[in-house]
Design a protein around this ligand. Sequence first.
Ligand code: FAD
Length: 383
Amino acid sequence: MNLELSEEQEAVRQLAKDFVARDVAPYAVEWDRSENVDKSIVKKLGALGFLGLTVPEEYGGSGGDHLAYCLVTEELGRGDSSVRGIVSVSLGLVAKTIAAWGDEEQKRHWLPRLTSGDAVGCFGLTEPGTGSDAGSLTTRAVRDGADYVINGSKMFITNGTWADVVLLFARTNDTPGHKGVSAFLVPADAPGLTRRTIHGKLGLRGQATAELVLEDVRVPATALMGPEGKGFSIAMSALAKGRMSVAAGCVGIAQAALDAAVGYAGEREQFGRPIAGYQLVQELISDISVDVEAARLLTWSVADLVDRGQDFATAASRAKLFASEAAVRAANNALQVFGGYGYIDEYPVGKLLRDARVMTLYEGTSQIQKLIIGRALTGVSAF
Ligand SMILES: Cc1cc2nc3c(=O)[nH]c(=O)nc-3n(C[C@H](O)[C@H](O)[C@H](O)COP(=O)(O)OP(=O)(O)OC[C@H]3O[C@@H](n4cnc5c(N)ncnc54)[C@H](O)[C@@H]3O)c2cc1C
């Protein structure tokens, strides 16, 4: 087994590192405080090809394999999880899903826009009343001649107020549970679609998270993506790869926590010498490094399975479960190394911990990942 990166993979990782150092890291604290990432970042991400990774070049994508995608995602997460999330959603959950499930017209219409950064995508699955139990969603799409008319609401939608297209999941028949769900590509400027920014998040403050309300939103039947009633499978296939991307972002958080902890421990002196010399501080740093390396290996193993065309869904749940919990632990351990200074936002570790915290919640909570893994191992579903 060879874990050495190829020249192309090293090059794309370096490109991402340079981009983060120049265009992300210097602004991350300001974006966090103002609850507003500068939207011009999207065009920059597109220009570097980061919004087109793994998407075929004929649709404007930049190609590359899933390990390259994870390397870029890790570096973005190391710099600012709010920026990482833009890519994980617009590319990971929306563009890649259109590439996999869209018809030719949908691919030609949306993919070049999304991969260039001319358009942003968001993923509308969660509703106020249905999160973990997404298959019970209640947003309705009713066929009316050549159109569908959609009514309902969506909660916690990343990129929600920035998006040009919503990959929206709605019920098209009365079959209870996930069998009645279909997927639609809804232009965000469709009359009847309103968006409200959700303020006051614990972390990912710079990211545009929104509630969407749909009142008699009329879309042509060509907005349906994939067969009617297949929407839940489409959502789950998107989330399986999405979990790999979240895991990679979490590796970035944990790596940033390690960098910060090592740097501070070498500078901060107590009892007449750097705190790095105390064994209990070294234990904190050592624990962070184990989390970084284990999370990275789990994440890379998912990318490897995807690139070799193997089943990866359970491995993606395992990686997301471990990496998200590891990112929280790592950021918390780093905060401990910083002492009281870790608790104020002039230092980076408080933000890392706040940003990490949502990773065990979205794209399936840690409990849901355990149920997915348990189902795969026992053959018995707890859902
Ligand atoms: C910042 C942010 C961004 C998000 N972005 C998006 C997005 O872009 N698109 C989107 O569609 N959604 C998004 N979400 C929604 C996210 O995916 C949901 O919050 C998540 O799936 C959990 O749903 P819930 O919040 O309704 O919690 P619930 O489902 O109400 O869960 C509450 C608690 O109950 C536990 N629980 C639930 N069912 C079970 C069970 N069967 N067994 C054991 N424990 C269980 C959960 O693990 C959790 O601890 C985002 C959320 C946040 C906070």
